[in-house]
Design a protein around this ligand. Structure first.
Ligand SMILES: Nc1ncnc2c1ncn2[C@@H]1O[C@H](COP(=O)(O)OP(=O)(O)OP(=O)(O)O)[C@@H](O)[C@H]1O
Ligand SMILES: [Mg+2]
Length: 325
């Protein structure tokens, strides 16, 4: 498998009245062609900012972006908006959580898909229409010719979500980024959307970055998982390894608390304690105040990424105290 994306030491900082928010703070990861990579972690850990940075959707300045995002040997960090426009939506496209906010209520589905196709593809009107109908059919929209002429409010939530997937696929992108694409949907519709994504991934051989809170969805859909905590990636593993032998105490907490999370209708945090706010991270390992295994060293130094096996890493001193500076 060839490497399609190579993110190196990426940082995305925001200046706010409360101080600098280090939303993404030095993460590195790679993506292979055709793989589904899941990004998981609690709310506020930097998942969305990571993919927004990859998509060039973070405005610099006021934000600060550092590091490298190598896509086909080009560095997307620092690329002009004009150059980005040739990549965003064509080679890398995104599916958002809330389909209602993606579509304009005043225009038909067909019109909106045509706009996307026209922006990136050199098709004539007839070819454009054919391609749109065909991609609508692929995401299981019944009677696509009829739906083409309808407006967003005439669709159910699940149908709109599938049309958003169609919109992301129309240009046959290399990478699709899906930021919690199913959380707003009910469980049966979620399963349908996930099945469609899995089938399409196979058909198009696209690479997918899939963001979710739901570890069940991860197991269902992904090849590999990266666990994020407070702006860092704390564990990288194949899905099977993550479930069978999670290494980072945070990942273990996430997996253990999966069943216990709903208590008397109240949502509990996944792991005891709360994610620190992004402008007041503790010294040393950011997880140390919540970690049952925290040692002196953990309160002093941030652990590096430590290799557990060829396909598994954990940023935790439990696995490599000898690597201290
Ligand atoms: N434009 C911005 N300006 C300032 N802070 C921001 C901005 N965007 C995000 N943040 C902060 O960056 C941190 C990471 O946010 P992000 O949206 O990436 O979290 P997330 O992991 O996607 O969470 P969720 O699961 O809730 O979607 C948060 O503390 C958030 O408040
Ligand atoms: Mg998010």
């Amino acid at each position: 498998m060839s490497k399609i994306l190579d993110v190196r030491d990426l940082k995305t900082y925001f200046r706010t009245p409360d101080g600098v928010v280090k939303a993404v703070d030095g993460i590195s990861f790679e993506m292979m062609k055709g793989e589904i990579l899941a990004l998981v972690g609690e709310s506020g850990c930097g998942k969305s900012v990571t993919v927004q940075t990859v998509m060039g959707l973070v405005k610099v300045p006021p934000a600060l972006v550092e590091g490298q995002i190598l896509y086909r040997d080009r560095n997307l960090v620092g690329m002009s908006n004009k150059e980005y426009r040739n990549i965003r939506g064509k080679e890398i496209s995104m599916i958002f959580q809330e389909p209602m906010s993606t579509f304009d209520p005043l225009f038909t589905i067909g019109y909106q898909l045509t706009e996307v196709a026209k922006a990136h593809m050199e098709w004539d009107d007839q070819k454009t229409r054919e391609e749109i109908i065909s991609v609508l059919r692929k995401v299981n929209i019944p009677e696509p010719e009829k739906r083409y002429r309808e407006y967003p409010h005439e669709m159910s939530g699940g149908m709109l979500q599938r049309i958003m997937i169609a919109m992301a696929l129309i240009t046959n992108p290399e990478i699709i980024i899906a930021d919690e694409p199913t959380t707003a949907l009910d469980v049966t519709i979620q399963a349908q959307v996930l099945n469609i994504m899995r089938d399409l991934q196979k058909e198009f051989d696209s690479s997918i970055i899939f963001i979710t809170h739901d570890l069940g969805v991860v197991a269902e859909l992904s090849d590999r998982v990266h666990v994020m905590y407070a702006g860092k990636i704390v564990e990288k593993a194949l899905v099977s390894d993550l479930y069978n032998s999670p290494m980072h105490p945070y990942t273990r907490g996430l997996l253990n608390s999966r069943v216990k999370r709903e208590y008397k209708g109240k949502k509990l945090p996944y792991v005891e304690g709360y994610v620190p706010r992004a402008h007041e991270f503790p010294k040393g390992c950011r997880f140390n105040p919540r970690c049952p295994h925290a040692m002196e060293l953990c309160r002093e130094q941030d652990p590096p990424e430590i290799s557990i096996s060829e396909t598994h890493t954990a940023a935790c001193w439990l696995y490599g105290e000898d690597q201290r500076l």
